[in-house]
Ligand binder design. Sequence first.
Ligand SMILES: Nc1ncnc2c1ncn2[C@@H]1O[C@H](COP(=O)(O)OP(=O)(O)OP(=O)(O)O)[C@@H](O)[C@H]1O
Ligand SMILES: [Mg+2]
Length: 362
Amino acid sequence: MSEPAVRIEGVAKRFGGFVAVEDVSLDIPKNAFFALLGPSGCGKTTLLRMIGGFEAPSEGRILIDGDDMARVPPNRRPVNMVFQSYAVFPHMSVADNIAYGLKVAGASKAEIAAKVEAALAQVRLESFAGRKPAQLSGGQRQRVALARALVKRPKLLLLDEPLSALDKKLREEMQLELVRLQHEVGITFVIVTHDQEEALSMATEIAVMQKGRILQRAGPRRLYEHPEHRFVAEFIGASNVLPCRVVNTDGAHALVESPHLGRIRVERATPATRDGVLLVRPEKLRMAFSTPEPEPGEVLLDATIEQTAYYGDLSFVYLHLDDGTRLQCSRYNTNRIARSDPPPGTRTGIGIHPDDVLLVGA
Ligand SMILES: Nc1ncnc2c1ncn2[C@@H]1O[C@H](COP(=O)(O)OP(=O)(O)OP(=O)(O)O)[C@@H](O)[C@H]1O
Ligand SMILES: [Mg+2]
């Protein structure tokens, strides 16, 4: 197997008595689009800054391409970083901003011109080369910062919340653009975000952090459908949580007794999961207004609609079971001409299939 792009070994970072990053070990493979995801203050930027060389680990070591980076300053690492506040030089034109790093490195005029032109094309700013940052939109400035980081062809590009300042539409465009760029230039991307959808849609792999530690590292689908911790489940997407008692476990499954779902066999989050709660994603619930009959293998519950939130493409329905337990259910609005969402107080069946239920440690 080839060397990982980044190897993080038992890394901790303390600021005085405060532990910002604790015992993180992580291999980031070459050509990955790797996302660090977690709530504000969990240590994402600190970890990224240590990879970039802007902070020194209090413990452990970081290798890039197999080389220990302990005494290597940021400008000598095969790395470029786009900072959380994507700074560009306001007095320089777009082209000069992009050329800056190459000039400092002493590249020839011809080389600079060729590379700047290629970088401008990569971020689709060919016609903006002569403008100053003040004459650009936020998204265009963002792309200048990216081009500036890409032009030196780092082996590793570190991006700290690179899209956080953009509106939803532009953000989605830039997400696609970043993925396209990463394919095109074939370098390893490590992106920090606290936006779960952004991580799910862009990354090949995601590490979820909480309080300085990595809780789970997995591909997007695995992380969403098979979270190993309740925190991960609730941080990524919405979840319904139901209590249960574990009767016994066998292999990847557990037989559980649930006050709502009865005695069912469900998958468990990890081989060590011996108790916990049941987790079902909102889109896995089937609302059954007109067919109060369970489908094969399904458990059908009686529920009352409390409230519905309409988002255009889908609606989120908030309900409660007869014992007061709250559930949420999402439904795609697949027909343009449809009846409106059912009003509060409407009774409905809720079908849940045990295959869609996961036992996670509480
Ligand atoms: N130089 C510093 N001195 C002291 N504490 C710091 C320093 N830098 C970061 N911290 C603390 O370390 C913790 C992690 O900070 P970090 O910037 O890594 O969080 P983050 O996950 O990037 O959060 P956000 O999503 O808000 O950017 C925070 O509690 C922060 O206050
Ligand atoms: Mg941060």
